[in-house]
Design a protein. Structure first.
Length: 135
C-alpha cells in the first residue's frame, strides 16, 4: 500500500454562498493528489502521455461528503493505492482539515489506454516497477 499526502488551500473562488467549498471542486483535489503521487513515484503524467503514449481516463468516481471545507482552510489530500494496478488503477482519496478531521472520501478508478490505437492496455511495466520500489 502506498499513501501520498499533499496540501491545497481553499480559495475564495472555490466557495459557494454558504462559505463552503463548492462540491464540484472536489474532483480537482482528486487529480491534484493523484498527479502529485505519481510524480513522487517518479512517473509523472508527462511520462505516460508524452513518452509512452498512454492516457489514464477516469472510469468512475464515488465520493462521500462528510463535513464542509471552508474558505482559507488548508486541506490535506491523502491518495492511496491499496493494490497493484492491472488494466485499471484505483485511487482511494481522503480529504482532511488541519485538525485531522476527515471531510471527504472518494474512490477514483482510471484505466490505461494506448493513445494510438485507442484501446485499453494493461498497466505499463515501468509503472508497476515504480510502485514496487516504493512499497
Amino acid at each position: 500500500m502506498i499513501t501520498y499526502t499533499t496540501t491545497h488551500r481553499v480559495r475564495y473562488a472555490e466557495t459557494d454562498k454558504m462559505g463552503y467549498m463548492y462540491y464540484g471542486h472536489y474532483a480537482k483535489l482528486y487529480e491534484i493528489g493523484r498527479v502529485e503521487m505519481l510524480r513522487d513515484l517518479g512517473v509523472p503524467y508527462t511520462r505516460f502521455e508524452d513518452q509512452e503514449g498512454i492516457m489514464l481516463p477516469v472510469l468512475s468516481v464515488e465520493s462521500k461528503f462528510l463535513r464542509p471545507a471552508y474558505y482559507d482552510e488548508l486541506l490535506l489530500i491523502e491518495s492511496t493505492l491499496k493494490e497493484l494496478p492491472s488494466k485499471m488503477i484505483t485511487v482511494f482519496v481522503r480529504i482532511l482539515n488541519e485538525q485531522g478531521d476527515v471531510l471527504h472520501k472518494a474512490v477514483v478508478k482510471l484505466f490505461f489506454i494506448d493513445m494510438k490505437t485507442q484501446k485499453r492496455v494493461s498497466a505499463p511495466d515501468f509503472f508497476i516497477e515504480a510502485i514496487k520500489i516504493n512499497l
